[in-house]
Design a protein around this ligand. Structure first.
Ligand SMILES: *[C@@H]1O[C@H](CO)[C@@H](O)[C@H](O)[C@H]1NC(C)=O
Ligand SMILES: *[C@@H]1O[C@H](CO)[C@@H](O)[C@H](O)[C@H]1NC(C)=O
Ligand SMILES: [Zn+2]
Length: 410
């Protein structure tokens, strides 16, 4: 059992960090929790592919590229200047993240591997040069598509302090990729001469392997610059520690030492999932909110002295639950809101299950007006009801550990 709660420890809890800075449904991982990071980076591609303005993350699908140049000079078989203008890279939202390494407390090298089933680059092009002895020239719309594209990104950098906070400063990013098929189509080659254009397109696709081999270094350089900008944007905007779950902040001396007094919050105690130990909420977030349908209520004293109201409610099947109402909690993304038989009139509800082990932890509540299908988690006006028997307070766990230790020491 990890022991990370320290009574009286003052940290930058960042109420902002717990919810506001990130979009609903954005799970923060603990530093070094590779499984969580894989899932979360994957979710960044799949669920947040329209971008996350709060993090300065641009839309990834399509990834809009204003300008990109592939210049292949020298005396090789391919000698071209290929300029792209206003092209869209599509397909990243279907990515699977295969690897994510180096997202640690003191990051230097980081690495990511992504598999994109179909990646297409579509938009305006202008080409001039020579491909395997044939001259090529044209300007129009192009489509370059790769199937089963394995992309590897590796970058180096370090933490630097800016305005009292630690930011990750990216130094160098390297990219490589492999694909099982490369399709190209250039419209309007040779000033629209259809016969010549069709022939050239046919020729390019028949020889895609040779062409890709030649062009790869230039493609890689062009994309490395683009990805570097995307990643740097995020790291420049969000202090490094805030990219992670708050409790990793507790373990990161860098962030606590630089906390500004006005933003300090005393973390009283964590509520953790009884099944797997995942953080669920903080005792700081306990709310005094009564259900008019509760069968009864009592007060429970939490380890830091805070009182929590425990109410007993009953569902339509006659099953009773003891619940604690909190302002914020971590739940996995689940299906739509239900309007039926709510214990809190005026609020729709849905299940709250543990993001890690999927144990049923309780329910989320949201005012009827704002409980829309695209709202995964409650707004500021909503709240959470946690089943008291499915969570435990970590302070309580630690007090047991300490008692045990005291017994052993005697
Ligand atoms: C680009 O080419 C691929 C493969 O040839 C094709 O499946 C896709 O529909 C094309 N995209 C556009 C926008 O034309
Ligand atoms: C529980 O605590 C609340 C707030 O401190 C108080 O108003 C209420 O009377 C208490 N209820 C019981 C049953 O002790
Ligand atoms: Zn769990």
């Amino acid at each position: 059992m990890k022991v990370k709660f320290n009574a009286g420890l003052v940290v930058l809890l960042a109420s902002t960090c717990f919810a506001a800075k990130f979009p609903a449904g954005y799970t923060l991982c603990k530093q070094g929790d590779d499984k969580c990071l894989l899932d979360q980076i994957g979710a960044t591609f799949t669920k947040h592919s329209q971008g996350i303005p709060e993090m300065n993350l641009v839309g990834l699908d399509p990834l809009k590229i204003e300008k990109m140049d592939i210049v292949q000079g020298g005396d090789g078989p391919i000698n071209i200047v290929l300029n792209f203008k206003n092209v869209d890279l599509t397909g990243l939202s279907q990515s699977t993240v295969k690897k994510a390494n180096g997202f640690t407390a003191n990051p230097t090298k980081m690495e990511m591997a992504v598999l994109v089933p179909v990646a297409s680059l579509v938009g305006g092009y202008k080409i001039n040069g020579k491909v395997l002895i044939l001259p090529i020239q044209g300007e129009g719309k192009s489509n370059m598509t790769m199937e089963n594209c394995h992309i590897q990104l590796k970058w180096t950098g370090k933490l630097v302090e800016k305005t009292g906070k630690q930011f990750y400063q990216l130094d160098k990013l390297k990219a490589t990729f492999d694909t099982t098929r490369f399709h190209m189509h250039f419209s309007n080659l040779f000033n629209g001469d259809k016969a010549l254009g069709d022939n050239m397109n046919q020729f390019l696709n028949d020889n895609w392997q040779d062409i890709l081999k030649e062009l790869k270094p230039s493609i890689v350089t062009a994309f490395a610059q683009i990805f570097q900008r995307v990643v740097t944007n995020v790291f420049d905007k969000v202090p490094y520690a805030e990219l992670y779950h708050t409790s990793s902040l507790l373990e990161s001396p860098a962030s606590s030492s630089s906390a500004e007094p006005s933003q300090e919050t005393l973390v009283e105690d964590f509520f953790i999932c009884r099944s797997c130990g995942h953080d669920v909420s903080l005792s700081n977030f306990v709310l005094e909110k009564y259900s008019p349908l509760a069968l009864g209520s009592s007060n429970q004293t939490l380890s830091a002295g805070r009182e929590a109201i425990v109410q007993e409610v009953q569902n339509t099947l006659g099953i009773r639950f003891k619940i604690i109402v909190v302002e914020k909690a971590y739940c996995a993304k689940v299906e739509s809101w239900s309007l039926l038989h709510s214990w809190f009139p005026g609020f729709a509800w849905k299940l709250c299950v543990c993001p890690k082990c999927r144990t049923h932890l309780g329910w989320m509540f949201e005012p009827l007006e704002t409980a829309t299908s695209d709202r995964y988690f409650p707004t500021e006006k909503g709240f959470y009801a946690l089943i008291s028997s499915n969570i435990i307070s970590e302070g309580y766990v630690n007090s047991l550990l300490m008692r045990e230790k005291a017994l052993r020491d005697n």
